[in-house]
Write a new protein. Structure first.
Length: 339
């Protein structure tokens, strides 16, 4: 069992202090379908996830750090300039980015789920609208998942190129707290990247997902495992197909948290404190691009399963070429011309 690192405690306290000073010490919104609970901080964009009583692994199992603390998970936006350079924005200004929350324009119930099960927050950054929706969907474990989906709309007068990064701060808390759980990559239960506590990068394939597993304490192994859908699509919300990231990284949380967007894994051991990074448009060469009025949506899903089990659901993934690290089938399904 590992003790929560002092550095993380200090980072959490610093984040809370900064939010308070900026007038953004806000209420916590809890979304629940009885299988999962998602905590979202108003005016912040940060969130985490735990299990609820209806999940077979039990209630109160952390998927993302920790309890009702949301500030250790954040997303960030990079807008690329065609003439060189870029601007990076992040929730709460984490990692040195410009505080994205200064551009918040609305928040409240989301149209993607029932009341108390979905929440929307929308930012407008220099002609790019960013709309994040968090959804807990389903009525039973077999059809439940946590959806993290973000839509980008070009509301400006010229094309825009950008990238997006999600930082997921993995945690497993039963029996005992593990703040640096391992990662593996699987497809249909078969290992693609073996379980490890060393940093790695992975280019997601169709059907792939990351498995988060705690180091076995003396009393035995953990009672559950978080999963992150990468190329795996459960099909629970048909209008929100999963979008495989350009790149997934299993990384050191302290090091990755200290960067707003760029991070290159060293391959070192991260069993003290680990996280997952999902990049879309990681470099200017692979940037996502939107013409005037166009919209692009990126979606990932998270689950908690008994040890060794595969995620519930699953829809066939059509064979497709890859464009900018995103399957053409997903891109076609999520990109539309704004009416």
């Amino acid at each position: 069992m590992k003790i929560r690192p002092r550095q993380k405690i200090l980072s959490v306290l610093l984040g809370l202090a900064m939010a308070s000073l900026s007038g953004q010490a806000s209420a916590l919104v809890t979304l629940s379908n009885g299988i999962y609970d998602v905590h979202v901080t108003e005016a912040s964009g940060t969130w985490n996830a735990v299990t609820a009583a209806g999940n077979p692994v039990g209630a109160g199992r952390d998927l993302l750090y920790d309890g009702t603390t949301t500030s250790t998970n954040f997303s960030s936006l990079r807008i690329y300039s065609p003439t060189g350079g870029s601007a990076t924005y992040s929730f709460n200004g984490s990692g040195g980015g410009t505080d994205l929350n200064a551009y918040l324009t609305s928040q409240g119930a989301s149209s993607f789920g029932a009341a108390g099960q979905a929440y929307n927050q929308t930012w407008n950054v220099n002609g790019l609208q960013v709309a994040q929706d968090l959804i807990v969907t389903g009525t039973a474990y077999a059809n439940s998942a946590i959806y993290h989906t973000v839509a980008f709309t070009n509301t400006g007068n010229s094309a825009v190129s950008f990238g997006w990064r999600n930082l997921y701060d993995w945690a497993v808390n039963d029996p005992g707290f593990d703040d640096g759980p391992s990662n593996a990559i699987e497809i249909g239960g078969a290992s693609v990247v073996a379980t490890t506590t060393s940093e790695f990068l992975y280019t997601p394939a169709a059907g792939s997902y990351a498995r988060v597993a705690a180091a076995p304490p003396p009393a035995g192994g953990a009672t559950y495992e978080p999963l992150l859908g990468l190329g795996f699509d459960p099909g629970f919300i048909a209008i929100l197909p999963v979008t495989a990231p350009e790149l997934y990284g299993y990384v050191s949380w302290p090091s990755a948290f200290g960067t707003a967007f760029d991070y290159t894994p060293s391959g070192g051991d991260v069993s003290g404190d680990s996280a997952g990074l999902s990049w879309f448009g990681r470099t200017i060469g692979s940037a996502l691009s939107l013409g005037v009025g166009e919209t692009l949506r990126l979606t990932q899903t998270i689950y908690a399963v008994p040890p060794g089990q595969t995620p519930p659901g699953g829809v066939p993934e059509p064979a497709s070429l890859v464009l900018l690290g995103i399957g053409l089938a997903s891109l076609a399904a999520t990109r539309r011309r704004k009416a």
